[in-house]
Design a protein. Sequence first.
Length: 316
Amino acid sequence: MEVILFQYQNNKIIKVEEQYKPNEWVGKINWVNIKCDDRTKVADYLEKIPFINKNRKLIEFPSEYSIPKVYSENIIQNLIVSKVDNIYQPDFISLIVLEGLIISILPGDSKFDTVRLQTESVGNEFDSLGYYFTFITITEVLAQNVQNIANARKRLNKIEQSMMLKTDELSPQKIMIIRNEIGQLADIIEDQHVELNVLLSLFIGTNREEQLKKLDDLVGHFEPMNKIMIRLEEKAESIRTQYMITQQAKSTRKINLLTIIQAIFVPLTFLAGVYGMNFKNIPELEWKYSYFAIWGVFLLISLILIRYFRKHKWFE
């Protein structure tokens, strides 16, 4: 578990080298950034903070609590994000706002840009650490989404090219997996949009309308992202449909070929059956060249049928 402490001084966020315990944070620390994959371990670490200990299930099981938990000035918000190693699977960032203290809980492999928080001036745009931290959180989530959407689109384009050039390398299962994963990414981005709007609603009435508008404008960038994901879902479904049509066309060609072969052999089988009967009086059997003649008839019938099928485009 990685714990980094920050103070808000002179409109800047400064990293604190001294490691204070959770029960010592109030009055000394303004922001705590925790990275850990074991949520139970984090909840145990923060158990000396009464509000968090009382609501530790929200920390341990973030997927079950996406709606903010609000008690007076205290807030716990679990924000869904994509996993670093699999953008189609959900992970969670927990934001805990206490009086004078912000705690962020991130996955252990998160790439949340804390360095930028240390060096940029808060006062240029926001006079509150809470507003500025929300601004940075939304910015980081948007940046992640832009990269994830680009990767998803690139993956779809690659599948589309493979379908045109190397159809045999694809399978229905592979295409369905991609289609479902695109849908999962779309759900993640849509849920983020809803959750951030709910979070911003908590700032209403704080007499910082100009700063709230900046945050609201930032969240507005989710609208085009949602539209892009809808198009990607439609494209994934279109690729699946095209693949099924292609496979169906291949099956149809195979059935046509078998039908042609069967149609050619039906008259040949009939002739073979006629001359295979055990009657004593079959004049052709006494003819010296009857064997070669029947083969000639076979070939003639076959050629006539093949020409007929070609003329009527049965081979296409």
